[in-house]
Write a protein that binds this ligand. Sequence first.
Ligand SMILES: [Zn+2]
Ligand SMILES: [Zn+2]
Length: 383
Amino acid sequence: MSRIQWRLREFPKTISQTVRFRWQYGKQCFRSLTYNHHMNQSYASDVCMEPIFWFVDNFTHLLGPFFVLAVVCLTTAVVTVCYWIGLPYWWNRNPYMTVFLLLVGHWLLLNVTFNFYKAASVSPGYPPEKELIVEAVSICKKCIAPKPPRTHHCSVCNRCILKMDHHCPWLNNCVGYHNHRYFFLYMLYTTIGTLFIIVFGFELGYGVLFLDETGGWKEVEPLQGHPVRFNLSGHIIPVTEMNDYENDGMAPAEHDLPVPRDNEHAATVHGTILFMALINVATLFALGSLTAWHSTLITRGETSIEAHINKSETKRLAAKNETYRNPYDFGPRQNWRLFLGLHRKRSFWRHVLLPSSHKPDGNGLTWVTIGAIGAADATDEWP
Ligand SMILES: [Zn+2]
Ligand SMILES: [Zn+2]
């Protein structure tokens, strides 16, 4: 096809085609003349998110102590209500059951307090400074320092964290190599604890919130008629004066009928039970889903940050028809053993069900990978 023929074929034939052609041409011209990298959509969204990042980076560590205080206050309030309303309720119903609930409740409380304290106070672990790190795989652009495998930079703590998972404002601490187990066990025991309170407080709560069984005086049917008493011959005599007993020099007869409590007490109980219902259900859903999510991560042998990296690596290699394997995934059973530190004859009963401050395996700098398993040097240290 000659050049002239080609031009004739491409050239618009009708008026509408000419107009459309001119419009497209003009639009392309305008776009190419005004193109700017800063008008890119992802760049624009980054700019819009910038104030949020700035706020998180600069204020999270300032707000941290208040978040920790909030957790301590809420937990204390919930436990106090369990003693104040839950304990007498169960004691009146079944003392043996109460003893059992006290044992389970205190076991949960012990684990919740211990793991929270440890998760918030134990340092997550930092790469050694002014020392040669032979394991380093990259350089942190912010610290200008070598970065061992699985280490990431935390913009809130403003330093590199060994096997960093995330920065937790509720602990006012980073979750990493040394406190990851405490963080997970705290979430797990708190979830079980709220479930425990909901299950064993359900009937009590349902009665107070929906059946109005607060012990307050409710006048179902107003009393009608006239107060009466019997005389010695058995005749009914209307009582005219309220201080009749005093005139007769007689003490009022004792009775053991339930005495209704005042309405103020009933309103306090109602409000307290409502608070308990809201806080426990909210915590159960929030921490329950977070515990489930972290459980799947532990089963796959990855941290929250590595989950993102592994996902994008899987996608990248899938495009090239290759399969990606997480180098720290040794299978669910071994991943859990490593995470909980259940080696060197440590047991589930002693080191998971009871508070334990055993340290994780290794030093957080050197990591055994799936490729190294079976190699002579790795097996010696491998738990
Ligand atoms: Zn860093
Ligand atoms: Zn941090």
